[in-house]
Design a protein around this ligand. Sequence first.
Ligand code: DP6
Length: 348
Amino acid sequence: MSTDVTSPTGSVRPAETGAATARAFPNLALVKYWGKRDESLILPVAGSLSLTLDTFAATTTVQLDPAGEQDRFELNGHLATGTARDRVTTFLDLVRSRAGSQSRAIVRSVNEAPTGAGLASSAAGFAALATAASAAYGLELDTPALSRLARRGSGSAARSIIANVALWHAGTDDESSFAEEIPAPELAMVIATVDSSAKAVSSREAMRRTARTSPYFVAWITSTEASLTEMVAACRAGDFTQIGEITESHALRMHALIASTEPPIRYLRPASIEVLDAVVALRDAGIEAYATADAGPNVAVLTRPADAAAVATRLGEILGEDHVRVVGPGPGAHLVPDPVPPAGEAGT
Ligand code: DP6
């Protein structure tokens, strides 16, 4: 199909293409997003900044199913139900309302991140879904608009639309809250998987609890704004040491904040602390490495590309080399030609 059609609102839009496949990568925040000022629009209390990775992609095909009565979501070759399916349907409802379409869709997604590796797979997943769904339903979105759309699925997905270092502007409304690439020096990450079991409290729920119960929440917002301003300046100046110092202190502040909730939540495990100590020892030995951790026990270590192998070797001695992986800066979400095969077919 290539003819334009008139939507119910009267504007001309490209016809639904029917199917599209997109690929997106996870990102790791160097200045964290933690807390929403608007739950339904997913507007954050403060801006954040992340590195999009080159590993653990999510690939998602969206195929319109005009005869279908409900959306179908296949994840890693299995039919998804419950919350996972509901979040996809809620997201597609948003795309459908913008496209003026009633059509249900079949969504097939493959996520290359090992289960429980703590790699914000919802970020890669919703960035790929936003990119594929907007193309399949015939929405023509530029990169900021795609970032805004992905944000509605999962806040951190706004950043996975963007390559390399992404600055997510907190904004004050839907229009002003999106991510964009900013210049930065070459960075590498060493991912240390200390525990791959599922987390006890989801980020979404833990953020709510933080806003509701932590006495430190207001200080978190103001200090994050200050950290972000310093981080953006450090990125623009190419100051790796400053980038690293802000990364580690901001991550520790987030975990302190989370531990201050009622009832408390602690994501870091004893093995996480052992890795944090090893990172301090690496610095004492002259290797610049800085730790961060998302809402889980796994630790990611920011370093210069030239030092990544030495950092990986040291962390491998502690955790075993199978638990350590060097990753680099990756591309933004993009369309790809090959669809994800249906569940049950070879390769899924
Ligand atoms: C700790 O983006 O998963 O990884 O917007 O509720 O879907 P929702 O949350 P999500 O939270 C990510 C939290 C974090 C920090 C970060 O990525 O900035």
